[in-house]
Write a protein that binds this ligand. Structure first.
Ligand SMILES: O=C(CO)[C@@H](O)[C@H](O)COP(=O)(O)O
Length: 218
């Protein structure tokens, strides 16, 4: 059983108080910082790139969990590694759900000592990726359509989590199951019960005292 990890999504951070908010994260029990990269093409929103990741990396020792919501992940992965990524997930849909292509990207990340995994959108079937389970460090399940913070949790996505957890036990694997979107005190409990060990939370963490919010969903 993997320990629980909360990964606050800096998409919801108050950038007018960047230093105080990062201090709040550093002093909380969050172990990861979730960095959402959106390109305005793969998803209908644009966020930040490697320069901002580097800024966070200089301000924090937290594990930099980079979630690439971009159309051509391989093109930009080297920049995010240089900027301080510790783990990278990319969308299977961005590479046509092609298993061998996904495997190659994960192998390349591992060759550079970066933790690696893939992400699926809500409508993507997870079962097709069973051959990849032995090689990933983590899998990210989207519990909202990617693109924006503050959306409502989609409980039907927990079916994917249950399936992954069952496969993990059956095969004696230890990859993490991370979930992203609409996490709060109630949905966090549901996610843990289904088999998640890593929760991304944006609006819930930053709407009040960071340390207290993190502890409430650990
Ligand atoms: O990747 C995304 C959205 O695409 C997420 O990381 C959100 O940033 C989570 O925000 P909340 O739903 O927790 O507010």
């Amino acid at each position: 059983m993997n320990e629980h990890i909360v990964a606050p999504s800096v998409l919801s951070l108050d950038y007018t108080h960047l230093k105080e908010q990062v201090r709040g994260l550093n002093e909380s029990n969050a172990k990861w910082l979730h960095f959402d990269v959106m390109d305005g093409h793969f998803v209908p929103n644009i966020t930040f790139g490697p320069i901002i990741l580097h800024t966070f990396d200089q301000m924090s020792d937290l594990f930099m969990d980079v979630h690439l919501m971009i159309s051509d992940p391989e093109k930009y992965i080297p920049d995010f590694i240089k900027a301080g990524a510790d783990g990278i997930t990319f969308h299977t849909e961005a590479v046509g759900n092609d298993i061998e292509h996904i495997r190659k990207i994960i192998d390349d990340l591992h060759a550079q000592s970066i933790k690696a995994g893939f992400v699926v959108k809500p409508k993507t079937d997870i079962k097709q990726f069973e051959p990849l389970l032995p090689i990933v460090d983590y899998i990210l399940i989207m519990s909202v359509e990617p693109g924006f913070g503050g959306q409502k949790f989609m409980p039907d996505q927990l079916e994917k989590v249950r399936w992954l957890d069952a496969k993990r036990q059956e095969k004696g694997l230890s990859f993490r199951i991370e979930i992203d979107g609409g996490i709060n005190e109630t949905t966090a409990k549901e996610a843990y019960a289904a088999g998640c060990d890593t929760l991304v939370a944006g609006s819930y963490v930053f709407k009040a005292d960071i340390a207290k919010q993190v502890d409430s969903i650990l």
